[in-house]
Design a protein around this ligand. Structure first.
Ligand code: IMP
Length: 183
């Protein structure tokens, strides 16, 4: 189905995102202490959130990325695989995994397991958005930006078919379109 920006309404404003990032940064730094932190962003959805979050965390940190494929259209397929991996080992490191959204939880479950076997010193998981109603597998999310209802969202890194990641706010598909898509 073709969707345009008119099919979406603002769910979380730029100001609320900015404020929440600041809070999350402080929360995470307080939780991990003053030492070096390896921040790992899951591409592509987390890149804009991560850019703001790492600046809010502050202190000694490095950034790495990995990319998984798991999603087609507006619903998760449940097939997760690493398309490209971290550039550095994380053994013995304090690691923060950064996601855009936890939906069914399958991607997060897969990534957390795949990170645990690499034996980091500690592993925390931060997601900008959480859609708990859609959860299929339980995953511990240590830091959540916003808990949202079961709606399809775009903007601030999140896409529909690769588009709209550049929007400064987070927008949700309007319920009428969402119902059409479900059929
Ligand atoms: P999960 O494995 O079902 O938890 O899906 C996680 C991934 O699905 C996220 O990293 C997103 O890339 C994608 N995703 C889930 N819900 C949405 C949404 O509402 N908008 C855009 N992408 C989404």
């Amino acid at each position: 189905m073709d969707l345009s920006l008119d099919d979406f309404e603002v769910l979380i404003s730029e100001d609320r995102i900015r404020e929440r990032c600041r809070e999350l940064g402080q929360e995470i730094r307080a939780a991990v202490g003053d030492g070096p932190l390896v921040c790992v962003g899951v591409l592509k959805g987390s890149f804009i959130f991560m850019a703001d979050l790492v600046r809010a965390i502050g202190g000694p940190l490095t950034c790495d990325f990995l990319r998984v494929s798991s999603y087609e259209g507006t619903r998760s397929t449940g097939n997760v695989r690493i398309e490209f991996d971290l550039t550095q080992p994380i053994e013995g490191a304090d690691v923060l995994l950064i996601e855009d959204i936890v939906d069914t939880g399958r991607t997060a479950e897969f990534l957390l397991q795949s990170f645990q076997v690499r034996q980091p010193r500690s592993l925390r998981f931060c997601s900008l958005l959480d859609k708990p109603e859609r959860r299929v597998v339980e995953v511990p999310v240590d830091h959540v930006g916003f808990t949202i209802a079961n709606r399809f969202v775009i903007g601030y890194g999140l896409d529909f078919d690769g588009r709209y990641r550049d929007l400064p706010d987070i927008r949700a598909l309007n319920p009428k379109k969402e119902a059409e898509l479900a059929h």
